[in-house]
Design a protein. Structure first.
Length: 746
């Protein structure tokens, strides 16, 4: 007898029934069972033939990391069995992700003769809800919220029938035994009790211009047709924030927007993420994402979405997270009514784990995750140390995570943890991961935070997790750079980390940093000259304050005063407080100021708005194709305390004197930063230069950067993010890698 240990993504993807059928077809005796961290298969003979066949045709969604074969001292299996889950395993735990409805289930959904005709909870061994309903591992029905819905006799027969698609499907259910949808009006009165009538009526109401809330996988969404965009903005006080649009199918989407092959493949991935697509040629979507270069689109992923489109005339609708601003997405039926909508389509299956839609954009160098969540977490990521470390990320757009035996498990997207509810959400998510992975408190080696002295989350979690482990406080941009090294499997690089703000080890606010990094140390090699943030955070909301600070310093060298500085009421106050304002090297603020100077956006109603809107201007064809005379305006690179600093004051002077425009300003700046990166990497003998931080989501900037680096030295590899978020959602990965490695090298 032989025992085969299969590790990887093998739970919740129909692996056990698959192994069962394969063994039966080969006439083998033995068994298959889930052990929480791996699948164990025992066969009585022909082990090689079995593994060959197994690897040739894996079930969709399965991903094998390793196959190990051992002798098994046991005899006498005449038949093959699926045994109940054991619970011995510990390493490489497989926690399944929610997976979009498969083609077979979709066909069955619209088969009028089938048992699951128009049934919104249809699923099988390869598709359906997983993480969002998972209470504990292994992924067995009694460990999910579906345990509240005992299966009927017919489902039971399917579950036990090896020839059935739903043989051993843990999420099996049908209209007789499964969860159901109900429809409520704005007064919480039940309108429709019949599941399918509820969905039909809801769809028609959306067609007719109602704003509805629908409970989906992992949370609630606001839905309406595109004509209602303005009302949606008014009611939910989101004056400028972009909404995501769901399209009926990929063909319809193609009629509206040009998509590349890679974007198409990404949209159709099992995780069905929101993909940001270029909207340049279409004014149709202007209201959806005002002044931005792109719109977030996605395709139906649950049976409910397909049913809605089936009953609706609309080919595309707004589907966006339902939440109170600053708070996590709503998951509980009662709380849905706190948001003002016309109709509520709610189901009675408990959401165990909230999980927002994932958001990404496809770039030349890879995939940039703005949010890595539904469909992508909590897949383990390989991390270069063996320690048990929890990392909590920074303060905004946070994810956390925990590592065990060289695998890092990220939480879902959490949000801004300066709000108490979001902070609690991070705590619950971490606790959940701890329980899935099976780490005891006393087994924790370290906890890792941002260096920032006043983050509330730091104090909060320190109290919760003391006194078992060591505490690490890690510089923000070093953590960004380390997350990129994890992403690209490197140990060392020169990195340009550009973002809005991160606390520097000199007490200033950093945001445009050339660093030499390993997981054990970092050195600040270059940056831009510092400038004051008049009014601190208020300068983030009103970028005119940034421009004003530069203008005040440079006004003797500026020939003609720009009209943008006329009529500023607070000018005297700003002048006075400038000297004692916090100092920064934030690239995000520089972009904000350029956006304001170009009169694109001078008032941020959401995080990063001016800089994001500025990308549209950078992306204009005439901008990208023109021959800018950068060399005439290259700013000087100063050296202070051994750190090279690009003199951005020179660029602002040229901008104010109208010698250059905003595009040239930016390309000169990026070129100078690239020059520092290349010089330093050549000095240090480092072959890789990375780009990370929130600003690197900007495709124009990342392309200019790569172009400049390779123009100077074509042999240098420029690396980007691919699976870990460029922005603050990736910081916890870097914190974790650093803390674990520091423990190991001691
Ligand atoms: Zn399916
Ligand atoms: Zn049933």
């Amino acid at each position: 007898m032989w025992r085969i240990i299969v590790r990887g993504i093998v739970e919740g993807v129909g692996f056990r029934p698959y192994a069962y059928n394969l063994a039966k077809s080969l006439g083998l005796g033995g068994f298959v069972r889930n052990n929480g961290s791996y699948v164990e298969i025992v066969v009585n003979r022909n082990v090689k033939g079995f593994i060959d066949c197994m690897m040739r045709q894996l079930p969709a969604g399965a991903k094998i990391e390793s196959v190990e074969v051992q002798k098994y001292a046991h005899n006498g299996f005449n038949d093959f069995y699926i045994l109940t889950s054991g619970n011995k395993g510990s390493s490489g735990i497989s926690i399944p992700c929610d997976t979009a409805i498969c083609d077979e289930c979709l066909a069955e959904l619209f088969d009028a003769d089938g048992r699951r005709y128009l049934y919104p909870f249809i699923s099988c061994t390869t598709c359906g809800q997983r993480f969002s309903i998972l209470e504990k591992i292994p992924f067995d029905r009694e460990n999910t919220s579906l345990k509240d819905f005992p299966i009927c006799e017919v489902c039971e027969n399917e579950y036990r029938d090896p020839r059935d698609r739903r043989f051993h499907a843990q999420t099996i259910s049908c209209p007789r035994c499964g969860p159901t949808y109900h429809l409520y009006d704005e007064n919480r009165s039940l309108i429709d009790e019949s599941c399918i009538d509820a969905i039909r009526e809801f769809s028609k109401a959306i067609d007719d211009g109602s704003i509805g809330i629908a409970k989906s996988w992992g949370g609630m969404h606001l839905l309406c047709n595109l004509d209602k965009t303005k009302s949606l903005r008014e009611i939910f006080r989101r004056p400028q924030k972009p909404f995501a649009v769901m399209f009926r199918n990929i063909e319809v989407l193609n009629e509206f927007v040009d998509i590349s092959e890679m974007e198409r493949d990404t949209l159709l991935e099992k995780g069905r993420p929101i993909v940001l697509l270029n909207k340049d040629n279409s004014s149709y979507f202007e209201e959806i994402s005002p002044k931005l270069p792109n719109i977030g689109v996605y395709l139906p992923y649950s049976a409910l979405h397909h049913l809605l489109f089936n009953f609706m005339k609309e080919d595309l609708i707004i589907v966006t997270s339902a939440n109170v601003p600053g708070e996590p997405m709503i998951t509980v039926n009662e709380e849905a009514f706190l948001l003002k909508a016309d109709l509520y389509l709610l189901h009675n299956l408990k959401i165990v784990n909230r999980v927002d839609d994932s958001v990404l954009r496809v770039a030349k160098g890879g995939k940039f995750f703005l949010r890595r969540s539904r469909g992508y977490i909590p897949f383990g990521i390989h991390i270069p140390h063996q320690r048990n470390v929890i990392s909590f990320g920074p303060e905004e757009n946070v994810t956390g995570g925990i590592s065990k035996e060289s695998i890092y498990y990220p939480t879902q997207y959490i949000g801004d943890v300066k709000y108490y509810k979001t902070l609690r959400y991070l705590e619950e998510s971490i606790e959940k991961l701890i329980s899935y992975i099976g780490i005891k408190r006393e087994e924790l080696d370290a906890i890792a935070f941002d260096l920032h002295p006043s983050f509330i989350s730091k104090r909060y979690f320190r109290e919760k997790f003391s006194p078992y482990e060591e505490v690490f406080e890690i510089q923000h941009h070093w953590a960004h750079a380390s997350s990129l090294m994890v992403d690209d499997d490197l140990d060392e690089m020169v990195c340009l980390a550009m973002d809005g703000a991160g606390y520097g080890d000199d007490g200033n606010i950093w945001g445009c940093e050339v660093l030499y990094t390993t997981f054990e140390e970092f050195r600040r090699l270059g940056t831009i000259t510092e400038f004051p943030l008049i009014g601190g955070d208020r300068a983030t909301k009103e970028p005119i304050r940034i421009l004003f600070a530069f203008y005040e310093t440079l006004k003797d060298e500026v020939e003609e005063k720009d009209s943008i500085f006329e009529g500023i009421k607070e000018a005297d106050v700003w002048r006075r407080v400038m000297k004692r304002s916090p100092k920064t090297t934030s690239m995000g603020r520089v972009l904000d100021s350029l956006s304001c100077h170009k009169k694109i956006c001078c008032n941020a109603t959401y995080d990063g708005e001016p800089a994001m809107k500025f990308e549209r201007y950078l992306n204009l064809k005439q901008m990208r194709e023109r021959n800018c005379k950068m060399e005439d305006f290259d700013p000087e690179i100063l050296t202070e305390d051994g750190i090279k600093k690009v003199d951005i004051y020179a660029l602002y002077r040229d901008l104010f004197n109208k010698d250059i425009d905003e595009y040239t300003f930016l390309s000169c700046l990026i070129k100078s930063l690239s020059t520092i990166c290349v010089e330093e990497s050549q000095n240090l003998g480092v072959e890789y230069i990375g780009l990370t931080g929130g600003v690197s989501y900007n495709k124009v900037i990342s392309e200019i950067f790569k172009g400049c680096v390779n123009a100077i030295d074509p042999t240098i590899h420029v690396v980007f993010h691919n699976s870990i978020p460029n922005g603050d959602g990736g910081v916890a990965v870097g914190q974790n890698a650093i803390a674990g490695r520091m423990l190991e090298v001691r």
